[in-house]
Ligand binder design. Structure first.
Ligand SMILES: Cc1cc2nc3c(=O)[nH]c(=O)nc-3n(C[C@H](O)[C@H](O)[C@H](O)COP(=O)(O)OP(=O)(O)OC[C@H]3O[C@@H](n4cnc5c(N)ncnc54)[C@H](O)[C@@H]3O)c2cc1C
Length: 389
């Protein structure tokens, strides 16, 4: 990291102190970008970055995403030595479950993309599944796919480690500060309006997670991002029995066992779109999750739920994030649209955000990752089909 930068006029103002905003700040500080401020109206981890399942996988349908995820896995392996925080990154694998021949075909396509990128993903027959997840009732499953180097981590020390690192590097992190406007002059970004006064910066990074479309709207920009609420729970701890994150294609069920022994997981239920609903939990979710989990692991029937919570995904229509400057407003840089996958893509995706901020070449296909893909006529666009868990 470079020496502490003086406070004052900022080169970059990042909105959102979640994993995306803080990792972006970290890359910028390392590149010696100049004074950077990160602004968040909440506290550390109050957004999706403190509400997620900690899953980190490289099994994707889109080769470019596999590459970002592979780079992120390498970054998380280095995290403890680089940042001095143990994030309990455990590469116990990701096990996808298919209920039908059609889903197996889908996984077959995924495995061939992932193997094409040099990772050892493989298809499993139903009888091979319980060896990966002891106790799994595999009799009605069609099979699955598995990649050992996928895994899980603890989100909180990761966010905390980034926070400490960027502050040590001189980044100004202003928590409890609400952004109320994006200021512009002469057709480009000039800074932020906040409830604690204006901030001058020629570049604003939108790392506002589930609220990213609201921030874009403050800049006068329409984007297709939609916030969707997702619920999740943690059970009482059990003796270690489950290495991989298990996810099911049919309903988006996902769960893993943490190193404290709790089973942590969720399931997608239809919820109204938007952030106005807040982040409550529902009895409907508890019932659906219990049914789904016990259908696969009948032996867990006496397991008690300790707590349940929810958070927002920031979804895009094609399941791919938006990275880079918005051509409609020079200086406004997107780092949003990460859906349910921001943690697993953060280290690599934010390196590209930082390069975009610095005006350096970015090795991402604009047809997949730029906001421009949504600005032209709505034609045929590639869609990431593995948007779960
Ligand atoms: C239930 C659930 C499970 C998930 N599981 C996984 C998983 O297993 N693996 C994975 O990779 N990802 C998972 N995700 C997704 C992941 O958590 C997110 O993609 C990621 O945390 C997004 O990080 P972020 O920094 O973009 O946003 P956030 O962490 O949401 O941070 C955005 C911040 O912006 C701030 N903000 C917004 N608007 C303003 C404003 N106007 N002024 C000031 N501040 C503002 C908010 O306060 C917030 O702190 C899950 C998400 C949920 C909800």
């Amino acid at each position: 990291m470079t020496e502490a930068a003086p406070r004052g006029n900022y080169r970059v103002a990042i909105v959102g102190a979640g994993v995306i905003g803080l990792f972006t700040a970290c890359h910028l500080a390392r590149a010696g970008a100049g004074p950077v401020v990160v602004v968040d109206r909440g506290w550390l981890s109050n957004g999706g970055s403190g509400r997620n399942g900690g899953g980190v996988r490289q099994q994707w349908e889109t080769a470019a995403t596999v590459r970002l995820a592979r780079e992120s896995v390498a970054a998380y392996r280095r995290f403890a030595s680089e940042f001095g925080f143990n994030i309990w990154f455990r590469q116990g694998g990701y096990l996808f479950l298919a209920d039908s021949a059609a889903e197996m075909e889908h996984l077959g396509r995924v495995v061939s993309v992932v193997r094409g990128e040099g990772l050892d993903a493989r298809l499993l027959r139903p009888e091979e599944l319980p060896a990966r997840a002891p106790g799994l009732a595999a009799d009605r499953l069609a099979g699955g796919s598995y990649l050992q180097s996928d895994g899980t981590l603890y989100p909180f020390p990761a966010v905390w480690g980034l926070y400490e690192a960027v502050r040590r590097a001189g980044v100004d992190v202003r928590l409890g500060t609400e952004v109320t406007g994006v200021r512009s002059a002469d057709g480009r970004v000039a800074g932020l309006a906040t409830d604690r006064g204006p901030i001058d910066a020629p570049v604003v990074v939108n790392a506002a997670g589930g609220w990213s479309s609201e921030l874009s709207a403050l800049a006068g920009l329409t984007v297709p991002n939609r916030a969707t609420r997702h619920e999740i729970l943690a059970t009482e701890p059990l003796k270690p029995f489950l290495d991989p994150m298990v996810t099911r294609l049919r309903d988006g069920l996902y769960f893993s066992q943490t190193m404290r022994g709790e089973v942590v997981g969720g399931l997608a239920l239809p919820h109204p779109v938007g952030t106005a609903q807040g982040v409550p939990s529902s009895a409907e979710f508890l019932a659906a999750m219990a049914r789904a989990l016990l259908g696969l692991f009948p032996s867990l029937r006496h397991l008690g739920v300790l707590r349940a919570w929810s958070g927002f995904y920031d979804d895009t229509p094609d399941g791919l994030p938006i990275v880079g400057e918005d051509p409609r407003l020079p200086g406004f840089v997107h780092a949003d649209g990460f859906g349910g996958h921001g943690f697993m893509l953060a280290p690599a995706a934010t390196a590209r955000v930082a390069r975009s901020v610095l005006g350096e070449p970015v090795d991402l296909d604009p047809a997949l990752f730029s906001v421009g893909r949504f600005l032209g006529p709505a034609g045929q666009r590639p869609v990431e089909g593995l948007q779960l868990g």
